[in-house]
Design a protein around this ligand. Structure first.
Ligand code: VG1
Ligand code: CO
Length: 542
């Protein structure tokens, strides 16, 4: 039986870089999730007769939230919801399922790389029929609906047994429970030379994949161990846990410390990788060598043609603006276009749909292609393995060859987390106010050549997105970007992105932080980060 529940707008339900993220306790307050889900339905013109995909990364409240969303979809007249077994789906697998099944859209329950648990974070994201995160035109309508909501619809019904594969009935709506891995794995097998990777592994190549107790565990075990023959136990932390083992499921050298220690230790395997909470990020580490995500994107762009799915070459590439220029150098050499977009995967959707770009990436450990409309962690791992199998080289050799050919872009991101929002906003506003005066001025040992507030003019739909980060370029080519995070749930997080191109062959093996010291000094001189925030060092450096 459908019931209509009266409600009132709840302030702050504005989707950020990637959906709505809040403290789990806030999401669990009566009406909070319901208000947002009803606003999604209202923002997309209702769900009558529609087919949706639903899944999440398994974090605390994932199972309960799935039942609430199913009842609300049924009450609002959806025809069918396709759900991953136990309400699990990685973000890229959900994107694929939407496309494969021609669904009208989908809901992904995840706060991605944010920690999970009753005292940590939860999130909800809506993806459109192309499989990608809703563009801002849609999230703006959803937000507007949260501000005027008066009621939501739900169904009085028992929970569906989401552990049981097959089709269930919820009122008049069908709920189809599917294996979360099968279709995704089939797609991977069309893109990569599984025989070559299997032969590489059979020849003694060792790998370690850290699923960080998050959603990629079952995918990685099925693909890397069962199908490709990696030794049992190559995938570690493989069982998704509601609190991710109390860790941050964020694949970077800080939060994937164990993997880094293994890869830099005496018995290091040949290849290491990790993924995040919802499986769309990846970290790549060779024996004794960490590959920055910006470099990884460049290497994948340079070598993608070695994998069957990309043998015809790339139509173009795209990177988020703060991502290093390394991929631009590859694009230039290949004679293809490189696009720079605002941070967040939703900005790549139009380029992929229009066939302007094949490969996309972000400095935050996201890489992907036009096979789905999300970034894809395991996809990147498999492309790397395919490239290593084809080139018969180690990760370190691939990197050195790459830098020798294109130059090395030293890169790092410094994050100042949970700082006072007023201080963060003022810091950015003050800098923004001075941009016109900066060119020609000295900052430490560097001189500013250009300073601008990044705005993106979408070449496909003509939409304009402004204030996407402050970009400062120095004479000699170093670059500094400052922006505030749109995924945090506490105070503000200031991200400071630093890069410098090095083309001298004998300067390719510096420590990244040392190589970037002049840019760090310039950042402090221009933005007074440490003085204003009172912090003496960043919380996280990647
Ligand atoms: C961060 C990253 C961005 C990424 C986003 C979602 O956003 O910087 O590159 O697309 O997270 O990733 P922000 O606004 O906090 O800088 V995921 O894997 O958390 O969905
Ligand atoms: Co993610």
């Amino acid at each position: 039986m459908t019931t209509t529940i009266a409600t009132k707008p709840i302030a702050g339900q504005k989707p950020g870089t990637s959906g709505l993220r809040k403290k789990t306790a806030q999401f669990m307050q009566p009406g909070y999730l319901e208000n947002f889900v009803q606003s999604i339905w209202d923002g997309i013109g209702g769900v009558i007769g529609k087919t949706l995909v639903l899944g999440g990364d398994g974090r605390f409240f994932n199972d309960r939230a799935a039942q609430i969303i199913l009842r609300m979809a049924a009450a609002s007249g959806a025809a069918k919801v396709i759900v991953g077994q136990n309400a699990l789906l990685s973000t890229p697998a959900a994107s694929h399922l939407i496309r494969l099944r021609g669904a009208d859209g989908g809901i992904i329950m995840s706060a991605s790389h944010n920690p999970g648990g009753p005292d940590e974070d939860f999130g909800v994201k809506y993806n459109t029929a192309n499989g990608g995160p809703a563009p801002e035109s849609v999230t703006n309508r959803i937000f507007a609906a949260t501000e005027s909501i008066t009621q939501y619809l739900t169904l009085e019904a028992d929970d569906i047994d989401l552990s049981a594969l097959g089709t269930h009935q919820l009122g008049a709506m069908a709920v189809e429970v599917v294996d979360p891995v099968t279709d995704y794995q089939a797609l991977m097998e069309t893109l990569f030379d599984f025989d070559a990777i299997r032969a590489l592994i059979a020849g003694g190549f060792q790998l370690r994949f850290d699923a960080m107790h998050a959603v990629t565990g079952p995918y990685a075990v099925a693909i890397l161990e069962t199908t490709l023959g990696a030794a049992p136990g190559s995938v570690v932390n493989a069982v998704p846990l509601p609190d991710f083992g109390k860790g941050h499921p964020d694949p970077n050298p800080v939060w994937a410390r164990d993997l880094m220690d293994t890869m830099f230790g005496t018995a290091a395997p040949d290849f290491g990788a990790a993924s995040d909470g919802d499986g769309d990020r990846n970290m790549i580490v060779g024996r004794g060598v960490y590959v920055t995500p910006s470099d990884s994107l460049a290497v994948l762009a340079a070598n993608a043609h070695l994998a069957p799915g990309y043998a015809g070459g790339l139509k173009g590439v795209a990177r988020s603006m703060p991502t290093s220029c390394a991929v631009d150098l590859v694009a230039e050499a290949k004679g293809i276009k490189s696009y720079a977009t605002p941070t967040g995967w939703k900005f790549f959707g139009n380029l992929l749909d229009a066939g302007l770009a094949t490969l996309c990436g972000e400095e935050s450990a996201g890489t992907g292609s036009d096979h789905v409309r999300e970034k894809d962690g395991l996809w990147a791992v498999l492309l790397w393995l395919n490239i290593l199998a084809a080139r018969r080289q180690s990760v370190a050799e691939v990197m050195h060859d790459h830098w020798a050919e294109y130059g090395r872009v030293y890169y790092s991101r410094h994050d100042y987390e949970a700082i006072d929002s007023d201080i963060a906003n003022t810091l950015i506003a003050d800098l923004r106010g001075r941009l016109d005066t900066l060119p020609g001025t000295a900052a430490g040992a560097l001189t500013v050549s250009k300073a601008a507030d990044f705005a993106y003019d979408d070449p496909v739909d003509g939409s304009l997105t402004e204030k996407q980060g402050i970009e400062i370029t120095f004479e000699g080519g170093a670059r500094l970007v400052l922006r505030l995070s749109g995924t945090g749930t506490e105070g503000a997080t200031l991200r400071v992105y630093l890069e410098r191109l090095e083309v001298q062959r004998d300067q390719m093996d510096q420590d990244a932080q040392a190589a970037l010291a002049p840019v760090v000094t310039a950042a402090e001189a221009l933005a007074e980060i440490r003085t204003r925030t009172g912090r003496t060092a960043p919380d996280v450096m990647t």
